[in-house]
Design a protein around this ligand. Structure first.
Ligand SMILES: Nc1ncnc2c1ncn2[C@@H]1O[C@H](COP(=O)(O)OP(=O)(O)OP(=O)(O)O)[C@@H](O)[C@H]1O
Length: 354
């Protein structure tokens, strides 16, 4: 039984999600205490609970302590089964974070899977659906994984009501990959999605982005959505480079002027472009688990977050891998080393136990 402290390091829901994915894959049970203990609403929130329930369903696990507000959880996994799954968060909690818990596990299932999750699709502090479609799926494809994401309907806080489906093909084994430079620019554009609020919001946000970035015409895309998918607003900037695609996001709120929403996303884009790092802050922490499964990999980024370091520590508890972080000339590197790539139980002689 692996014992985890849910308040260690950055102390967020990621500790739980990485543990769930790796428990399903390695067959190792775990117990976690002090889940999100330092957060203003500690313990399991709906999004985390659905991640637990979803992970349990895909492998027939036993879970104790799986209820909203719970600070402790025990999880004993069974064998993973591919198939067609549906989960509903029931609030605007993030669908994408639930999907990121299941997708790496289902890559090693016995057959293809689809997973439809209903809830929030464009939340602050979580990847928006387009991040999964453009940035995350592309990086997984670099490692040999065929994963697609379909956004059926937007879901914004507080109503939720959005839905995304992940389509996952078993990959057999992931291959190590290196993202050391982003390469030449292929495309750059901003999109403002508005649902149930004035189209002027989108226009003002895009005008501000255009002025700040020197962009015009088709680089500034107004995306009006059916009113019943709102009210809500998300401003996204996508940068497609030769080797990496990044998506930067700001979620509009009633109390925040359009100009401030635009400034927030432009600041993140400028920070990324000012660095030689290939991947942005969020992709950096999301690549770590698949890289560990691939048994190797490396990337450069502007800085390594506490979130990423905490994630590395959790991954190292489940897999015989070692993360190393370095820095040269202001560019940070994350390297993962392992004797071999992860293989599902049918292909390996023994479950890797640390
Ligand atoms: N704008 C964004 N674009 C892409 N990914 C994002 C963005 N904002 C946050 N993320 C990702 O969402 C994940 C959030 O993890 P985190 O543990 O903070 O979430 P949580 O479960 O909501 O936890 P908590 O509320 O405990 O902090 C991280 O992988 C982070 O990189």
């Amino acid at each position: 039984m692996i014992e985890l402290n849910g308040a260690a390091g950055e102390g967020g829901g990621q500790i739980l999600r990485s543990a769930l994915t790796l428990s399903v894959l390695t067959g190792q049970a775990f117990r976690i205490r002090d889940i999100r203990a330092n957060r203003s609403k500690p313990g399991l929130m709906r999004q985390h609970l659905v991640a637990v329930q979803a992970a349990a369903e895909v492998c027939g696990a036993q879970a104790e302590g799986a209820h909203v507000g719970s600070l402790q959880l025990s999880f004993s996994p069974g064998a993973i089964r591919g198939g067609d799954y549906r989960f509903a968060i029931g609030t605007a909690g993030s669908c994408t974070l639930v999907l990121q818990t299941l997708v790496p596990a289902l890559l090693f299932a016995d057959r293809p899977s689809t997973v439809r999750v209903a809830g929030g699709t464009h939340n602050p502090m979580a990847p928006p659906a387009q991040f999964l479609q453009r940035a995350y799926a592309r990086a997984l494809a670099d490692m040999g994984a065929a994963v697609g994401f379909e956004l059926h309907r937007f879901g914004f806080y507080p109503a939720g009501g959005g839905a995304i489906t992940a389509m996952v093909q078993p990959c057999g084994v992931l291959r190590p990959f290196e993202w050391m430079a982003r390469g030449a620019r292929v495309a750059a554009y901003a999109e403002s999605f508005v649902a149930g609020i004035s189209a002027n919001v989108a226009r003002r946000e895009l005008d501000s982005v255009g002025a700040a970035m020197g962009w015009e015409g088709s680089q500034l895309r107004e995306r009006g959505l059916p009113g019943e998918q709102g009210p809500g607003n998300a401003l996204l900037i996508t940068l497609e480079h030769e080797h990496v695609t990044e998506v930067f996001t700001a979620i509009g709120e009633k109390s925040i002027p359009s100009d401030a929403v635009a400034r927030a996303v432009v600041k993140d884009v400028r920070r990324y472009l000012a660095s030689e790092g290939a991947v942005g802050e969020h992709l950096a922490d999301q690549l770590m688990l698949p890289m560990a499964l691939a048994g190797g990999g490396r990337y450069t980024t502007a800085s390594i977050s506490l979130h990423a370091r905490t994630n590395a520590q959790v991954i190292e508890r489940f897999l015989p891998v070692r993360f190393e972080f370095g820095e040269q000339g202001g560019v940070h590197t994350c390297l993962v080393e392992a004797a071999s790539a992860y293989k599902p139980p049918a292909q390996r002689s023994a479950v890797p136990v640390k």
